[in-house]
Structures are given as structure tokens and as C-alpha cells.
Design a protein around this ligand. Structure first.
Ligand code: PHE
Length: 337
């Protein structure tokens, strides 16, 4: 005989204990499945006396309906609970401040270096590089500065051994490229150089851009044309340019190139030491002796070379009066570019 009441009680206890949809599904199978408790009850129906069958069947069916309804309502409770848990886990606090990306920017020296390179590249110059740790031969000897040459004193050299040093200028790249390539040559060589010097206009490391052009008929007027074009593009097309005789062991004749003082417009101020001019680079026609050192015939080839300090040009371009600002990493300074 069906004990409908106790089955119902057990079921109610069990369904209230279900904590997940999976558990509920197990309960459904346990009561309503093919081999479930109710199904097996119905199987005993034919064995009952006829007068009991109707009541028994009715009781089983009522219990079945009750169980189905309970499972359905428990199911919607569990689904809702599930949804709430998931929402809580995935919650996004839209009131939190956003994560913002800090944008870096180009260092002023790199910015001007890139501008300088651009100007020469548009004039057909290639770009070459050389080592910062250099041999005496390339830094001095092959540039017509033999041992004990007084011009070596001008460049306070960081020696590593007697023969190895940090390059004091980018001119050794001239020699390295000429040793490897035959004329015609037209390139610049940007890079770091080192001198044992530190004050408001000198840092032990700074940047230079070297230039070299060699062919069968390169003249001083080519040098003037290239450098004037360069200066007019880096500063302004109205900037006055002046070539002043000078001396470098690796160029002959040599010149220092000045631009009209951009602070006083040539009238004379403290920065240009009242001369109205600012020196920005050294240049000259390649000394025939340098050509001989690299095996070029000085009767066949002529060339010009120049070298400039990137820090100095940047300082003039942006009216910066202390070179050390470039290397102090003060964001208030760096963010201005
Ligand atoms: N190397 C020279 C310096 O550092 C600059 C220079 C380069 C001058 C090429 C003439 C020709 O002072």
C-alpha cells in the first residue's frame, strides 16, 4: 500500500535540501524517472484488488503532480539564485576611476637627431654607424693626428687602454666606411661621443652627427650648399650662415660654421658674447693625407666632411641654457617637447 504521506514528507525534506540544478535533476530522476519511486509504485497497480486501484491510482497521480510542481518551482528558484551569484561574481564597479595609459614621448635630443637625419636623407645621404669604444687608429691616427699631435689635447679622452678609448667624435666612422667602400660616398654618421668634461655646456657623453661626401669633383661650394640647406631647414630659411676659417687635422681647408645669433638676431648679446654669431659645427675639405690612409687616390678624389653637436643645436633651437637638463630626467622639462 502507498504511504503517500511519508513519501511526500521525505520528498519535501529532500527538495528543500537541494542546492543546485544538478542535485534537483538527480531528485527528479529518483522520483519521476523510469525506475523512479513513483513509477515503481504504479507498476504494482495491476496487482491490487479492483476497488483499491482507483484510490491508489488517484493518490499516486496527485503525488506525481505535487512533485512535478514542486520541482518546477524549486527549479526557478535555483535558476534565479544561479543568476544572482553569477551577476555578483561578474559585477563591474562603474564608479571606479579608469586605468589610464601614460604616454611616453621622444627625448628632445632624439627628436632633433631625427630631424637632422631627415634633412640629410632627403639630400641623398645614407646613414652609417660605428663603435663607441674605438681604437686609437680610427679616433686619431688615421684622421691625421699621430701620437703626440697637439690636437689630441683638445679632446679630453676617456682611455680604456693606451690603444682603446671611448670615441671623442664621430669622425672615426669616416675612416671605417672609407676602408670598406669605394667612392662615390655620401653619408652621415650619428651617434654618442665621450669627453671628460662637465659644466653648463658640456656633458661627458653627448651626440654628434658626422657627414662625409667623396667623389671625383666635390668642391667647397658643395659643402656650403649642403650645410646652408641643412641650417635653413633646421632653424629657419632666414637664418644667416657664416663660414669662418679654422683648423682640423683631417680637413684642409677647415672652417667653423656660425649662424646669426637667434637670441639677439645678430645685435649682440650675452649668449653670442656680443659677436652676433653662434658656432654650430666644424667642417672642411677632406685632407689628402686622410685619403691616402684609406687607399683613395687624392689626385682623383675630393670630398668634404662636417661634424656637429646635437645637444648644442637642440639648445639653440629651443633656447635651453643648461645642457645638463637633457640628462636629469626631470619630467617637467621633458614634457615640454
Ligand atoms: N670631429 C670634429 C670635432 O669633433 C668635427 C669635425 C668633423 C670637423 C668633420 C671637421 C670635419 O670637433
Amino acid at each position: 500500500m502507498l504511504d503517500s504521506d511519508s513519501l511526500k514528507k521525505t520528498f519535501i525534506a529532500e527538495i528543500n535540501a537541494t542546492a543546485s540544478l544538478a542535485e534537483l535533476q538527480q531528485l527528479r530522476v529518483k522520483y519521476l524517472g523510469k525506475k523512479g519511486l513513483l513509477t515503481s509504485q504504479l507498476k504494482s497497480l495491476p496487482t491490487l484488488p479492483a476497488e483499491e486501484r482507483r484510490l491508489f491510482g488517484k493518490a499516486v497521480n496527485e503525488l506525481k503532480e505535487f512533485i512535478e510542481a514542486e520541482i518546477a518551482s524549486r527549479e526557478s528558484v535555483l535558476i534565479e539564485e544561479d543568476r544572482r551569484k553569477r551577476l555578483a561574481a561578474e559585477a563591474i564597479d562603474v564608479t571606479l576611476p579608469g586605468k589610464y595609459t601614460l604616454f611616453g614621448r621622444e627625448h628632445p635630443i632624439n627628436k632633433v637627431l631625427r630631424e637632422i637625419i631627415d634633412v640629410f636623407v632627403t639630400m641623398g645621404f645614407g646613414v652609417e654607424e660605428g663603435p663607441e669604444v674605438e681604437l686609437d687608429y680610427y679616433n686619431f691616427e688615421a684622421l691625421n693626428m699621430p701620437k703626440d699631435h697637439p690636437a689630441r689635447d683638445m679632446q679630453d679622452t676617456f682611455y680604456i687602454t693606451e690603444d682603446v678609448m671611448l670615441r671623442t667624435h664621430t669622425s672615426p666612422v669616416q675612416i671605417r666606411v672609407m676602408e670598406k667602400k669605394k667612392p662615390p660616398l655620401r653619408f652621415i654618421a650619428p651617434g654618442k661621443v665621450y669627453r671628460c668634461d662637465a659644466d653648463i655646456s658640456h656633458t661627458p657623453m653627448f651626440h654628434q652627427v658626422e657627414g662625409l661626401m667623396v667623389d671625383t669633383d666635390v668642391s667647397f661650394s658643395d659643402l656650403k650648399g649642403v650645410l646652408e640647406t641643412f641650417i635653413h631647414r633646421i632653424f629657419s630659411p632666414e637664418t644667416p650662415v657664416r663660414f669662418r676659417p679654422s683648423f682640423f687635422p683631417f680637413t684642409e681647408p677647415s672652417a667653423e660654421v656660425d649662424i646669426g645669433c637667434i637670441f639677439c638676431k645678430g645685435r649682440g648679446c650675452q649668449i653670442c658674447k656680443t659677436s652676433g654669431w653662434l658656432e654650430i659645427l666644424g667642417a672642411g675639405m677632406v685632407n689628402p693625407h686622410v685619403f691616402e690612409m684609406v687607399g683613395y687616390d687624392p689626385e682623383v678624389y675630393t670630398g668634404f666632411a662636417f661634424g656637429m653637436g646635437v645637444e648644442r643645436i637642440t639648445m639653440l633651437k629651443y633656447s635651453i641654457d643648461d645642457i645638463r637638463l637633457f640628462y636629469e630626467n626631470d619630467l617637467r622639462f621633458l614634457r615640454q617637447f
